[in-house]
Design a protein. Structure first.
Length: 162
């Protein structure tokens, strides 16, 4: 009983290698949480394991999202394991703390290579400058009367100063 009092989450536990692994882990004393899209197959594997005095639960993970597997001893919660299911991306399904965070750069960046040095040119600063220029031009167009008034006062002051 190498796995006594351990909890194993077996993905693909309804058939094939997953089912065989689940049965082997149960024979070694592990408590199992089976995860697969085939609910009927998971039910059969769980029934086989429980018939041999093992413990197995299975859950429908057809829906994307975060799941929690909780282990109880009587009414007392003794362990909780969180995992995510994203059928489209293995990296996004891993929610354990990672040593580094990998984020794809998708917009606003252009990568340029000069010799052996790799640099990135960011476009957001240019876009912000253009937006500021457009904003100033728009303000000038819509505030024509105010600008004419200011120009008139400036000319009056200038004429009064002479």
């Amino acid at each position: 009983m190498k796995l006594k009092d351990r909890v194993a989450i077996v993905t693909g536990g309804a058939s094939g290698i997953g089912a065989a692994s689940a049965r082997l882990f149960a024979a070694e004393g592990a408590k199992l949480a089976l995860v697969d899209l085939d609910k009927v197959g998971m039910g059969q594997v769980a029934a086989d394991i429980e018939a041999k005095d093992g413990q197995a639960i299975y859950a429908d993970t057809d829906t994307l999202g975060a799941y929690v597997v909780e282990q109880f001893l009587g009414d007392k919660l003794i362990a909780r394991q969180r995992f995510a299911v994203n059928l489209f991306s293995k990296e996004e399904s891993t929610i354990t703390p990672q040593p580094e965070l990998k984020i794809q750069q998708t917009s606003g960046l252009q990568q340029a290579t000069a010799g052996e040095r790799v640099g990135r040119q960011e476009f957001w600063r240019w876009l912000a400058a253009i937006a500021l220029v457009v904003l100033v031009i728009e303000w000038l167009v819509y505030q024509r009367n105010g600008i004419a008034y200011l120009r008139q006062r400036w000319r009056a002051r200038r004429a009064g100063a002479e």
